[in-house]
Write a protein that binds this ligand. Structure first.
Ligand SMILES: [Zn+2]
Ligand SMILES: [Zn+2]
Length: 137
């Protein structure tokens, strides 16, 4: 991975710390109702990396898991509630992390960034950033 500087991230309370050692293979803002409700935001932003490129450096035992839909497990800090990771049975070699919890730029190509599941978007929220929009993953 030439040119990529590993980035670190952590939850709000600092109990869980992680490091990402590769740029993402996908990067998206998801408007599905599971992301909206689990994050408590108008969309959930995720970066996707090969599983071995996400290293939990501290606090793995402080993570708890919620299966928000069949085969999708979200992992968050059980002290502060911060959404940190997710994994999907459909993509076992990959792991998702929340780039908004990182200290640096996740290194995605600008052309990779997109909105997904926009059919589930909140009516009162207007996407105005010019990024591509998709009604599926
Ligand atoms: Zn925490
Ligand atoms: Zn979603």
């Amino acid at each position: 991975m030439t040119g990529f500087t590993p980035i670190t991230g952590h939850c709000q309370c600092g109990a869980v710390r992680f490091r990402v050692t590769a740029p993402p293979v996908k990067f998206y803002h998801c408007h599905c109702s599971m992301c909206r409700r689990c994050h408590g935001t108008v969309f959930g932003t995720y970066a996707v990396v090969p599983r071995e490129n996400l290293v939990i450096e501290r606090g793995e035992d402080n993570l708890t898991t919620f299966e928000s839909s069949p085969g999708t497990r979200r992992e968050f800090c059980k002290s502060c509630g911060c959404q940190l990771f997710a994994e999907e049975d459909a993509r076992p070699a990959l792991r998702l992390y929340t780039p908004a919890t990182c200290d640096g730029w996740p290194g995605h190509a600008p052309s990779m960034e997109r909105h997904i599941f926009v059919g589930s978007k909140l009516d009162w929220y207007q996407i105005s950033d010019g990024l591509p929009q998709f009604d599926e993953y």
